[in-house]
Design a protein around this ligand. Structure first.
Ligand code: FMN
Length: 469
């Protein structure tokens, strides 16, 4: 791509020690006047593109990403779902394949799928992909299609594996399971049921299911998996004292609270039995809530993950419970460097020698992305929402034709912004035009639609934010 760029000029020949007669005749003799090259400063577009376009090899699997930009996980909700028959759920559809075909054209270095659930009756939402040993084996062919589509232009593709634990609406799962019987508080009009603490056999079952799902994805042709240990889902519920008050070997000390995650990693390694199968874990930087995971615990967790040969540690943050509060906090402390968790990455960096870091959340300009790489804060830039508005954004960035993600006129309401991206995902999957949320008309129309679809949540959020349609 940059073969004809101003940077491919030949270095002026200097003194040589060529002894070969044939070569010597062409070597300029001193004293001679070297050719004067004008000092060329790359434009910011080109310089950022060069930084972000560098390939990256992972230390444990040896896999190489073609550039440093990653599509972070976004649940697609483009798989089958039946509310009454769990056997009719979680099968990837052709819309899901089309979505990944589109993102693949966009030259993204690494793609993490939306969370794939490991139990057909424990879903964080309806319509996501599921890998469960009770579901038909024939789903493998559909997952193969997703892998083929996602890898068709050389991206590395990781399937994100997750279990919602207690963080699931009571309408989807009235009998959730978790580390402990601590209920998720009602949030944004959504009610949650009191969870049943997992028994030790229940925990073993979960560990085996994660490993089964990983080996299933390996057979389907995925490059690896990402374990979702962030955002308040089951593994995070074990990690955090706020949701884990167990008194056995899965509760109490951080070492105990990490046990489930480490057992999952060990079991996956055993099941896939392939050192080139890539492992990634998504963790929260810190929870910023009483009894939540703090900075020191997150750093220790990341160090232990490195010792467990995890190639890529993705740093994110927040839980459903925190939603809005976190959004406001983020805009205050990260304005200068865009990315919400970059300060945490700076603190984590000196503690890791091999595992690569990805930071996700807030990146919108190539200036901030390239700066984060150049300063060594992170190895990979995770992007989510900008890729639903512009699925080919990475390609444009690498060509130097875009320096900033498309803006929008959506109000700063997390749930609404999430839903807006979700609806764009469905549009891409259907091959439809993508709604432009930089239009006030489209935003008003979308809010009106949401008020019909999720009236309780929307009314509560709009009143908190004093928004009117
Ligand atoms: C529609 C949507 C679905 C998401 N689903 C997931 C998910 O399945 N797993 C996950 O780890 N994060 C999920 N996220 C969070 C993103 O991966 C990312 O951390 C977050 O959007 C912040 O990055 P951004 O500012 O670039 O959008 C989702 C985000 C959106 C907008």
């Amino acid at each position: 791509m940059f073969g004809n760029s101003p940077f491919s000029f030949q270095e002026p020949l200097g003194e040589t020690d060529y002894k070969d007669e044939e070569l010597c005749w062409s070597v300029p003799q001193y004293p001679y006047q070297p050719i004067q090259h004008p000092f060329i400063m790359p434009s910011p577009e080109v310089s950022h593109a060069l930084t972000l376009g560098q390939s990256l090899t992972f230390p444990f699997s040896g896999k190489t990403a073609k550039n440093k930009l990653m599509k972070s996980a976004m649940s697609e909700r483009l798989s089958t779902f039946s509310s009454y028959d769990p056997m009719e759920r979680g099968q990837p559809t052709e819309e899901l394949v089309r979505l990944y075909e589109t993102w693949a054209i966009g030259d993204i270095g690494i793609m993490v799928t939306g969370n794939i659930q490991i139990k057909k009756d424990h879903l964080e939402a309806s319509g996501n992909a599921i890998i469960d040993w009770d579901l038909p084996r024939s789903y493998l062919e559909d997952f193969k299609e997703v892998a083929r589509a996602a890898k068709s232009h050389g991206s590395l593709v990781l399937g994100q594996l997750s279990h919602p634990g207690r963080q699931v609406s009571i309408t989807i799962q009235p009998y959730p399971e978790s580390s402990s019987a601590i209920e998720h508080p009602p949030t944004s009009g959504v009610l949650f049921a009191r969870p049943t603490p997992l028994t030790k056999d229940g925990i073993k079952d979960i560990v085996k299911r994660f490993a089964y799902a990983a080996s299933f994805l390996q057979k389907a042709g995925f490059d690896g998996v990402q374990i979702h240990a962030a955002h308040g889902y089951l593994i995070h519920q074990f990690l955090s004292r706020r949701s884990n008050n167990r008194t056995d070997e899965y509760g109490g000390t951080l070492q105990n609270r990490m046990r489930l995650l480490l057992e999952i990693i060990a079991e996956i390694k055993w099941a896939v039995n392939d050192p080139t199968f890539m492992l990634s874990v998504k963790i929260n930087s810190e929870d910023s809530v009483p009894d939540g995971i703090d900075l020191e615990e997150s750093i220790i967790t990341a160090k232990v993950l490195e010792a467990a040969a995890v190639d890529l540690i993705e740093i994110s943050g927040g839980t459903y419970e925190q939603g809005q509060q976190l959004a406001q906090h983020r805009t205050l402390f990260s304005a200068a460097r865009e990315a919400y968790f970059i300060d945490f990455a700076d603190q984590l960096r000196p503690h890791l020698r091999q595992s690569r870091i990805a930071v996700t959340g807030g990146f919108r300009t190539t200036r901030a992305m390239a700066e984060a790489i150049n300063l060594g804060s992170t190895d990979v830039i995770g992007i989510a929402r900008p890729l639903t508005a512009e699925p080919l954004l990475v390609k444009a960035i690498l060509r130097g034709t875009k320096m900033e993600a498309k803006s929008d006129k959506l109000p700063p309401i997390q749930l609404l912004r999430l839903a807006a991206s979700g609806s764009q995902i469905v549009e891409i999957g259907n091959g439809e035009d993508i709604t432009d949320f930089d239009s006030t008309f489209n935003v008003s129309r979308f809010i009106a639609r949401m008020l019909k679809e999720i009236p309780a949540s929307m009314s509560e959020l709009l009143s908190i934010h004093n928004c009117s349609t």
